[in-house]
Each structure stands twice: as structure tokens, then as C-alpha cells.
Design a binder for this molecule. Structure first.
Ligand code: NAD
Length: 378
């Protein structure tokens, strides 16, 4: 059974490369040593909108695995603006720095005005340079394909997300796209290390270097430079982003690990989520040298907030990525298997998967299945 993600440089190349969706970290993400007498201290940010319900469901599932967690719950987002004058108070960052691992629900970002995205700020301030977003078909989830197994590796710190924008007079605006060799080579290396560690075959760099010859040209050149170090082990190819989108909706099974600058990575990972059944099932990890934050691809879906309606799959799968990061690959596998079982069975799933169960009933079903499956120590 393939897994949705190991972490860390347990990244030994596998002799018989069964294709896995795997090891979360590549270059810098280290499995955190786990002394069985010690709990893992993890920062838990419930987030806005549907976030708190999903966070509670996920916490219950993770606690039910038997791995000992000590959750440090801290709030960020809309709810803390009034009290702290910022959606991202310093003590939230301190908590993540201290614990080095966080599980995070989605946080609302006002469109076109208001505070800067907490999500983008977190990634930049903590140096979470790699955004890993596996997209893998699940039995029981209605979608056009049943054999998608893509890994999206998105650069997380620069590009148009650098936040350098200004008005030019009243009627024009400029956003500056930053691409550096250092960040591009670092993300390319992450993608290749990930491929090696998880028995993947091919890394595809995605760009628009035919038009943005300097910025995207530098990204592509950096990927080529890094690819040379993996020649004979991992194949390398590149695609222009518009063509890549068309190819993905026609024949996603041809692609394996994709590495992209920030903006294309964001867009293409939503596209990939759509290929496997939607945002409700797409997990993610933000990995840096000193910390890692696990969160779903989806946002806070405010219209479903507080209704016990949203699908917790993406956050639970993000929790499984976190288990791998913390050095519990077998437990992560159990969580994924239990979740896949519940989804495939289809009796206790949320509205987006064609069911009528609530968020908490879905979590109960996963927990019940976990209890039924044999525990494996890891
Ligand atoms: P969204 O992902 O919140 O929701 C889009 C739609 O997808 C929802 O209306 C719903 O139909 C569906 N959906 C999403 N998650 C679901 C789930 N778990 N279960 C069932 N259905 C689900 O996207 P949006 O409406 O564009 O964004 C809402 C807010 O979230 C915005 O403020 C945005 O900035 C923010 N956002 C935050 C993050 C993050 O925290 N990392 C990511 C994306 C968007």
C-alpha cells in the first residue's frame, strides 16, 4: 500500500523502487527523535472557519493511534485580530519554533484588503521553504481518474508571494516576482531527494521560461543544474505551465514528482486536488530546516463553519504526514489505511464524498477502524 508521505532523511534510496507518495522531507526535514517516555510536543493551530472542527477531529484520530502527543493549542487568524492587533501573534511563532512541529487548520485571508496572509507569513518567517502536496486517488472518492499519484513540490518563500506590490499612480499596480538561484536550487534538491527517498522515477520542472526568460529561466536553469547531480538515478524533464495543466487533466498518470515556483505550485496543486476528488482530500506539509507545519491544501470554507459538515480527510492525512515526520511511518500508514477504508466503504463520509455524516462522525469511524486494525509499533 502506498503511503501519503514519509518524512525526513530516512531518505535512503530504495533498492526496488515501489512508487510511494512518501517520505515527507527531503533535504532538511529531520525525523524528530522520539523517546518512548516522552510525548511529542506539537503546536496545534485550529484556525478559522471550518478549522476548529477539523482540528478537533484530527486530534482525536491522532490521539487514538497511541502515540503520545502533548498539544500546545495556540490561536491565529481572524479570531485573535481584536485581542492582539495581528492575526499572527509572536507567541504563536515562538510556540512553533520551540516545538518545531505544528498542525494547522486553515486561516482566512481577506481578499484585496486587510491583513497579509498568515499562511504566507508563517512560511516566510519560519523558512518553511518546501510545500509538499501529495495528490493520490482514493477508492470511494468520485473523480475522473482512479490512478493519480502525484507529488507537488512547491517553492514556498519567494516568487510573486514575496509580497512586493505597489500602486503606480491611481490606475496601475505592480507586483514583483522574485526568483533566486539559491531558493530554486534548494527546492529542486528537495524534489530530487524526495524522489530518491521514495522510489520515484521522474522530476518535472514546471515554468514559463519562454515568456519570463530571466525569472522562470533562472528557475529552470537551477533545476537543470541540480538534476545533473541525479543523472542516472532520477529522470528529469520540464514543461511549460499552461501545457502542464492541459497534460494533467488529460493524462495525469504520466507524471510523478513536479517541482514548481510558488504561484504555479499553488495553482497546480489545486488542479491536482481536483483530479483526486477535491480540496477535502488534499493534505500538505510545509517543511523547513528548523520547523515543519502540516496543513490541508483547502481554506477555511467559511460557509460551512460550525456546521459539523466539512470533510476532515485532508487534515487527517496532513496529520499522517506529520506522524512520518515525527518518526512513526507505520502509525501513519495505519491512519491512512483506516481513513481509506472508511472512505472506500462510503457509509460514514461527509457531503462532498456523497455521504451525510458529520465531521465528528467521520472521525469516529476512522477511530473505530483504527481500533480494529492491528497496532504496529514504530
Ligand atoms: P476553500 O478551500 O476554503 O473552500 C472552497 C470550497 O471547497 C468550499 O466552499 C467547499 O465547497 C470546498 N471545501 C474546502 N474544504 C473543504 C472540506 N474540508 N470539506 C468539504 N468541502 C470543502 O477556498 P476559498 O473559499 O477560496 O477560501 C476561503 C478562505 O480560506 C480564504 O480566506 C482563503 O484565503 C483561505 N485559505 C486559507 C488557506 C490556508 O490556511 N492554508 C488555504 C487556502 C485558502
Amino acid at each position: 500500500m502506498m503511503s501519503a508521505g514519509d518524512v525526513g532523511p530516512a531518505m535512503v534510496p530504495r533498492a526496488a523502487p515501489a512508487r510511494r507518495s512518501g517520505t515527507v522531507g527531503a533535504v532538511s526535514c529531520r525525523a524528530v527523535p522520539y523517546n518512548r517516555c516522552m510525548a511529542h510536543r506539537v503546536t496545534l493551530i485550529p484556525g478559522d472557519g471550518i478549522g476548529p472542527e477539523l482540528a478537533e477531529a484530527t486530534r482525536r484520530v491522532l490521539d487514538a493511534t497511541g502515540v503520545d502527543f502533548e498539544w500546545e493549542v495556540v490561536d491565529a487568524g481572524e479570531a485573535v485580530m481584536a485581542e492582539h492587533g495581528t492575526p499572527l501573534p509572536e507567541h504563536v511563532l515562538d510556540s512553533i519554533r520551540r516545538n518545531r512541529t505544528a498542525l494547522k487548520g486553515p486561516i482566512t485571508t481577506p481578499v484585496g484588503k486587510g491583513f497579509r496572509s498568515v499562511n504566507v507569513t508563517l512560511r516566510q518567517v519560519l523558512g518553511l521553504y518546501a510545500n509538499l502536496r501529495p495528490a493520490r486517488s482514493m477508492a470511494g472518492v468520485r473523480s475522473r481518474f482512479d490512478d493519480v499519484d502525484l507529488i507537488i513540490v512547491r517553492e514556498n518563500t519567494e516568487d510573486l508571494y514575496a509580497g512586493i506590490e505597489h500602486m503606480v499612480g491611481r490606475d496601475a499596480a505592480e507586483s514583483i516576482k522574485i526568483i533566486t538561484r539559491e531558493a530554486s536550487e534548494r527546492i529542486a534538491r528537495f524534489a530530487f531527494e524526495y524522489a530518491v527517498a521514495n522510489g520515484r522515477r521522474t522530476v518535472t520542472a514546471v515554468h514559463k521560461a519562454n515568456i519570463m526568460k530571466l525569472s522562470d529561466g533562472l528557475f529552470l536553469e537551477s533545476c537543470r543544474t541540480v538534476a545533473a547531480d541525479y543523472a542516472g538515478r532520477i529522470e528529469f524533464e520540464d514543461r511549460i505551465v499552461d501545457n502542464m495543466c492541459m497534460q494533467l487533466v488529460q493524462k495525469p498518470e504520466l507524471y510523478d514528482v513536479l517541482v514548481l515556483p510558488n504561484l504555479y505550485g499553488d495553482i497546480v496543486s489545486d488542479l491536482a486536488a481536483g483530479l483526486v476528488g477535491g480540496l477535502g482530500v488534499a493534505p500538505g506539509a510545509n517543511i523547513g530546516t528548523d520547523a515543519a507545519v502540516f496543513e490541508p491544501v483547502h481554506g477555511s470554507a467559511p460557509k460551512y463553519a460550525g456546521q459539523n459538515k466539512a470533510n476532515p480527510t485532508a487534515l487527517i492525512l496532513s496529520g499522517a504526514l506529520m506522524l512520518r515526520h515525527l518518526g512513526h511511518p507505520d502509525v501513519a500508514e495505519r491512519v491512512e489505511m483506516a481513513l481509506r477504508h472508511v472512505v472506500a466503504e462510503g457509509r460514514t463520509v461527509t457531503y462532498d464524498l456523497g455521504g451525510s455524516a458529520g465531521t465528528s462522525q467521520f472521525a469516529d469511524a476512522v477511530i473505530e477502524r483504527l481500533a480494529a486494525a492491528p497496532a504496529v509499533a514504530s
